[in-house]
Write a protein that binds this ligand. Structure first.
Ligand code: TMP
Ligand code: ASP
Length: 237
C-alpha cells in the first residue's frame, strides 16, 4: 500500500503510495504536541480518531463543492490523498475570539466575529509560525494575488460548510486552521487534515471544550473528547 517515508511531521507521517504515482498515504500518529512541540504526549487511539474524523469531514466538503487532496480512507490510521506541494501558510478562520487573538489584540474571550475573521500565519516552526499579512504571504509563498484571494474565499466557504455540519451535532465551530497545497496541474486544493487537533469545538449547550485545548491546557481527557466528536459525527450518517 505504501512505499518510502517522504516526510514526518508532528502528527502525521507521509508516504509515497505504492504503484500510485502522484498519490500519498497519510499515516496519523498517536502523538499530541502543543506550543510548537514543547509539550508532547502519546495518546493511544489518537491517530485512529483523527483519521476517522478527517475522513468523514473531507467528503462532506466535496459534496459542498470544495476541492481537496482527499481520495479515501484506507484503514484505521491511514488515508490516501493526492500529492500536493504544501503552501507554507496556515489559514485560520475565527468565529469567536479565543486563543492567540485574545492575547495578541486584547479582545474579550468569546466575542463573536461577524463576519468571521481570516488570519494568515507563516508555516515555519523555527520562527514559531508568525502572524503575517497578505503582502508577506505573497512574498513568502508562491501564490499569486488572485490565488491568495481565492484561498481566503475558500476558507470562508469551508467555514460555512463546517459550521453547518457541527451545528447539526450541537457543536460550535469556534475557529480552525487550514492548509492548502498545489496539485501537479497547478490547481490549489485544501490539504492536511481537519480534526480536533486543528479546530476549536465547543459543546453548544455546555461550552465544554471537545478539542486539543484539553491537552494544551491540561483540562481534560483528549481521547474521551475526540471520541465524543467521532460519535456525534457517526450519528449524522
Ligand atoms: P490560535 O488561537 O492558537 O492561533 O489557534 C487558532 C486555531 O488554529 C485553533 O483552532 C487551533 C489551530 N491551530 C493549529 O491547528 N495548529 C497550530 O499550530 C496552532 C497554533 C493552532
Ligand atoms: N501543532 C502545534 C505544535 O505542536 C501547536 C498547537 O497545535 O497548539 O506544536
Amino acid at each position: 500500500m505504501k512505499d518510502a517515508l517522504l516526510y514526518e511531521g508532528k502528527a502525521k507521517q507521509v508516504y509515497a503510495a505504492k504503484n500510485k504515482p502522484g498519490q500519498l498515504v497519510l499515516s496519523y500518529k498517536n502523538d499530541a504536541t502543543a506550543f510548537n512541540g514543547e509539550k508532547k504526549e502519546v495518546f493511544n487511539g489518537k491517530g485512529r480518531l483523527n483519521n476517522e474524523i478527517s475522513s468523514r469531514i473531507f467528503p462532506i466538503l466535496h459534496e459542498n463543492g470544495i476541492k481537496t487532496h482527499f481520495i479515501e480512507r484506507l484503514n484505521e490510521t491511514e488515508q490516501l490523498v493526492y500529492q500536493t506541494e504544501i503552501i507554507p501558510l496556515e489559514v485560520v478562520v475565527r468565529n469567536k475570539a479565543t486563543g492567540s487573538i485574545t492575547k495578541r489584540l486584547g479582545i474579550k474571550e468569546k466575542t463573536p466575529f461577524e463576519p468571521p475573521l481570516v488570519e494568515l500565519f507563516y508555516k515555519d516552526d523555527d520562527l514559531g509560525d508568525p502572524l503575517i499579512n497578505d503582502e508577506h504571504a505573497l512574498f513568502l509563498s508562491n501564490v499569486t494575488p488572485s490565488e491568495l484571494k481565492e484561498i481566503k474565499a475558500t476558507a470562508l466557504e469551508i467555514n460555512k460548510s463546517l459550521s453547518t455540519l457541527f451545528e447539526s451535532i450541537n457543536i460550535t465551530l469556534v475557529d480552525f486552521k487550514l492548509e492548502f497545497g498545489r496539485m501537479e496541474d497547478g490547481r490549489i486544493v485544501l490539504a492536511d487534515e481537519i480534526s480536533p487537533d486543528t479546530c476549536r469545538l465547543w459543546d453548544s449547550n455546555t461550552q465544554e471544550k471537545l478539542d486539543k485545548d484539553v491537552f494544551r491546557q491540561g483540562t481534560g481527557d483528549l481521547i474521551e473528547v475526540y471520541e465524543e466528536i467521532l460519535q456525534r459525527l457517526e450519528a449524522t450518517s
